[in-house]
Design a protein around this ligand. Structure first.
Ligand code: FAD
Length: 449
């Protein structure tokens, strides 16, 4: 039987980060990964990295008409999905090599196979039993199934199959208007595909500020994306060439044909194969229950990333990985509450810190300052002056508590508000700083000065 100080289950961002940190601190660490070619997890192989790579390439096509109006002519601009897919595979391979080197340098033992608990201090992987003083569960998440629309990989797909498409469809229905749904809506719309979004709740990007969600809906509709909120797919029929969808909406029943349906209604934790009960680990609807220090109901087992009910984001998993690495070494750290949320559609949406709903619920008096990119020289130069910034400050002190942005590159600019919140910056202090001109960043200064 192999024995380690720590065994980490899952080699996604949470798992590989935690394993390499612990090994660098001198622990004898093993990482267990279910799939031979899945080092890097959902994020690298079928999530953040390929999705943003596809979107970045499609962005050039959407910018074509603006730059043509400036005299830049690029004839026959198009996107070859097979070349893009191959390039994406190269990129993933390069990044995976980097992670493997990181694990090797730290002297982490990598074992391939599906882990499941045998008892409180050992797991089974293939035919081997592996024991450890501590375990970290970082087994991530998978596509959340739709009650009707079962993935067939041909006409009904999840985000995973988008990255294996070898043909661009003529039309697509995206079921679920969250971050992933809106990103793929932008991607397919850029390629000239007829895109419809059906969202179950009253707003797209349901976790975000209402004003921003409405602004995004308007911008996506301007591009020709058809959005129906409070929509519920009630039945479908398939034939060789298309899939016919019926959905119930507030305005009545809608029926339409699509070449492809993408189901993106969220993620479900990957915990069913772990046999959690054998190690006395409690869970709630699949999510592992943890203390503020990320300890499970078993005092020697921690859980991080998409397996717990914190934001399902790669950077949240990285943060939790470092918290657990410290806690295994005797600290009592808690994960950060200031986590940026990012949606890479066009225009981009990003938020951080408290939102208006939270401030109202907590009874905190606040001032909301709104500033539109219409007045930004840089936004106009870049050919897209849509969107705005909303900054939320404590009423009396002016301390910046939160913010949300919609517009050009806001997934980058949100970090200015992140730093402001973490350093308890006031709007007055911000107004006294000098920002470079012409930049998108100066909008943050302009709105408070
Ligand atoms: P994962 O990355 O899911 O890794 C878990 C690993 O554990 C997998 O490799 C899996 O094979 C392995 N595993 C599972 N069960 C077992 C077992 N029993 N034994 C051994 N191994 C096991 N997040 C962002 O922050 N920014 C983005 O832009 C973004 N875009 C996304 C786009 C898409 C399309 C998707 C699907 C997700 C996106 N995410 C994004 C979310 C992000 O990918 C996840 O939050 C992140 O990957 C979670 O990391 P993790 O380490 O918890 O788990």
């Amino acid at each position: 039987m192999n024995n380690f100080d720590v065994v980490v289950i899952g080699a996604g961002p949470g798992g590989y980060e935690c394993a390499s940190l612990l090994a660098k601190q001198g622990k004898n660490v093993a990482i267990i990964e279910k799939n031979q070619n899945q080092i890097g997890g959902t994020c690298l192989n079928e999530g953040c990295v390929p999705a943003k790579h596809y979107l970045e390439s499609a962005t050039y096509i959407t910018k074509k008409s603006y730059f043509e109006s400036c005299g830049v002519h690029v004839d026959n601009m198009s996107l070859d999905i097979n070349t893009l897919r191959n390039k994406k595979d190269d990129l993933i391979e390069q990044l995976r090599t980097g992670i493997n080197i990181k694990l090797k340098k730290a002297k982490v033992t990598t074992i391939f196979g599906t882990a499941s608990f045998e008892n409180e201090n050992s797991i089974r992987v293939n035919d081997a039993i592996i024991s450890a003083d501590k375990f970290v569960i970082a087994s991530g998440s998978k596509h959340r199934p739709h009650p009707l629309l079962e993935i067939d990989g041909k006409q009904i797909i999840s985000s995973r199959e988008v990255f294996t498409l070898n043909k661009i469809p003529s039309s697509i229905l995206i079921v679920g208007g969250g971050a992933i749904g809106c990103e793929f809506a932008t991607f397919f719309n850029s390629l000239g595909v007829k895109v419809d979004i059906a969202e179950f709740t009253p707003q797209i990007i349901p976790a975000e500020d209402v004003d921003v969600a409405k602004a995004l809906q308007r911008e996506l509709q301007k591009k020709g994306i058809n959005i129906t909120v409070e929509a519920n797919v009630s039945s479908f029929t398939k034939n060789e060439n298309c899939i016919n969808i019926t959905m119930q909406t507030k305005k009545g029943e809608i029926n339409a044909d699509y070449e492809l349906v993408l189901v993106s209604i969220g993620r479900a934790p990957n915990t069913n194969e772990l046999r959690l009960e054998k190690a006395n680990i409690n869970s709630d609807r699949g999510f592992i229950t943890v203390s503020q220090e990320l300890l499970t109901s078993n005092p020697n087992i921690y859980a991080i990333g998409d397996t717990i009910a914190t934001p399902a984001l790669a950077h949240s998993a990285y943060n939790e990985a470092s918290i657990v690495a410290n806690n295994i070494n005797g600290s009592t750290c808690k994960p950060s509450k200031v986590i940026p949320f990012v949606t890479f559609c066009q225009p981009q949406v990003a938020s951080v810190g408290k939102n208006e709903k939270m401030l109202k619920a907590e009874g905190i008096e606040y001032e909301a300052i709104k500033h539109f990119y219409k007045s930004s020289a840089k936004a106009k130069i870049k050919g897209d002056d849509s969107g705005f910034i909303k900054l939320l400050c404590e009423k009396n002190s002016g301390i910046i508590l939160g913010g949300v942005m919609i517009g050009n590159d806001t997934t980058e600019h949100i970090h200015q508000i992140l730093i402001a919140i973490n350093t308890k910056l006031t709007k007055k202090q911000l107004s006294q700083m000098v920002f470079a001109h012409p930049t998108l960043s100066e909008s943050l200064w302009e709105m408070v000065h």
